[in-house]
Design a protein around this ligand. Structure first.
Ligand SMILES: *Cc1c(COP(=O)(O)O)cnc(C)c1O
Length: 446
């Protein structure tokens, strides 16, 4: 079977076999025999093509994509501009190592990030491969600049799976359990979580966090405060207004580097180029990855020139960091977002989703909360009349949606959040059809 992916794929939900079909099941059997079980697969349909708003599997099924490979293919899989930029770069050269014999693409990505990230101060950027690697480097940079060591992260945080970032991540299973010892000098502060903290206002929630930080860590020891402006894996938690600005203000007053982990929220996903913009927050350092390069592995730390230039020459880098193919993709991604008005597209998707999810909640009291911004929306499922998390229901709804050809993801510290991350290239009719499938799934799953 030859299937050409990208935007030219038929934009339809098409179920030819049960999900997963026989061809996918045969590959999954090989996966079990060949791949370490530690790498789970949520929905073992083996993809052969993707684009627009669909994923096509090896059995010929076409599934509606509400996952974007975890907020990565934000401009769409195999988006035209990305494919042609990558193709040209592959034909020119694939690698030289920027630390050895550099190339323009890396510099152009740094210039672009310096331009599009919040704040008009003098900035510098450095490129890496993964989100976790960039978070680690943001901590290195903050430590070099402040000459302090401690790092504060928050309840429900997710920052990655490497040694330092798993210590920064909140959830024990599956991310940390059995993988210690964890990195030292990582401390945790309470978050603003409107659905679960009685609607505490943002400023008060920030003061509560600051009190924990001052009494348990001490500003004199604290290099960086690292926070996702909207938490991703932790449950798409949008902090109350005023929470982030109050933390930033405290950081500025105490020589603490404020690091926004925008790995999941960046690149138009939330209806702004970066989620910090919704509250006018200007981070000292901003960490990006996921949506940055249309699926090619790339990540970055961008920030104030004086902080970024603190580490000595040779103190930052990596063999593949800012690989030329990934850089070509990133430049095409930003060009696509700007040319196609994808920030506005994310806002339009939010409006549609919010309307449909609100209607669904009106007829289903198991939906405790609807939240998110842009094309990053979620519902938190609870035992009706309580705020008790219902992870089992969440799992069953996700499985039922998958069986009907809708790819949805779960998240949340208690595993009771369904999250929706459609690519911004999804056509409206497929967005609605996906929401129809979701509504029907809720009605049929008891
Ligand atoms: C996914 C994610 C990371 C880790 O990125 P990887 O590329 O998987 O290492 C870090 N922070 C946030 C907020 C993420 O969503």
């Amino acid at each position: 079977m030859t299937v050409i992916g990208g935007p030219s794929l038929p934009q339809e939900r098409r179920l030819i076999t049960s999900i997963p079909g026989p061809v996918s099941q045969a590959i999954q059997a090989r996966k079990v025999a060949a791949v370490a079980q530690g790498v789970g697969t949520m929905l073992p349909v083996y993809v052969v093509a993707a684009g627009g708003g669909v994923l096509v599997d090896a059995d010929g099924n076409s599934l509606i994509d509400f996952g974007s490979g975890i907020a990565v293919s934000t401009v769409g899989n195999s988006a035209t501009g990305v494919v042609s930029a990558v193709t040209d770069q592959v034909q020119a050269f694939t690698h030289t190592c920027f630390m050895i014999t550099p190339y323009d693409g890396y510099v152009a990505v740094a210039e672009t990030l310096n331009r599009i990230t919040p704040g008009d101060h003098d900035k510098r950027s450095v490129l890496f491969n993964s989100g976790a690697e960039a978070v680690e480097n943001a901590v290195k940079i903050a430590r070099a600049f402040t000459r302090k060591q401690a790092v504060v992260t928050f309840d429900h945080a997710y920052h990655g799976r490497t040694n330092l970032t798993m210590a920064m991540t909140a959830k024990n299973m599956p991310y940390k359990s059995g993988f210690g010892p964890l990195a030292p000098e990582v401390y945790r502060a309470p978050l603003s979580y409107p659905f679960r903290d009685g609607g505490l206002d943002g400023v008060t929630a920030a003061r509560r966090a600051i009190d924990v930080i001052e009494t348990q860590v001490g500003a004199a020891n604290l290099a960086a405060l690292v926070i996702e402006p909207i938490q991703g894996e932790g449950g798409f938690i949008v902090p109350a207004d005023g929470f982030l600005p109050t933390l930033v203000e405290w950081c500025r007053a105490n020589n603490v580097v404020f690091v926004a982990d925008e790995v999941q929220t960046g690149f138009a996903r939330t209806g702004a180029m970066f989620a910090c913009e919704h509250e006018g927050v200007v981070p000292d350092l901003i960490v990006t990855a996921k949506g940055i390069a249309g699926g090619l592995p790339l990540s970055a730390v961008t920030g104030r020139a004086e902080i970024m230039d603190a580490p000595h020459v040779g103190g930052l880098g990596g063999t593949y960091g800012g690989n030329p193919i990934a850089c070509a993709a990133a430049l095409a991604v930003v060009e696509t977002i700007e040319r196609e008005g994808l920030v506005d597209r994310a806002r339009a998707i939010e409006e549609t989703m919010l309307k449909r999810l609100t209607a669904l909640q009106a007829e289903d009291n198991r939906i405790g909360d609807i939240r998110g911004r842009g094309a990053m929306m979620a519902v938190e499922l609870v035992v009706p009349g309580t705020t008790d998390p219902d992870a089992d229901l969440t799992k069953r709804i996700a499985a039922a949606a998958h069986a009907q050809g809708l790819v949805v993801l779960t998240c949340g510290t208690h595993g009771n959040v369904l999250r929706f991350l459609p690519p911004l290239s999804i056509p409206d009719n497929l967005l609605h059809e996906g929401l129809d499938v979701l509504s029907q799934t809720f009605r049929e799953t008891r």
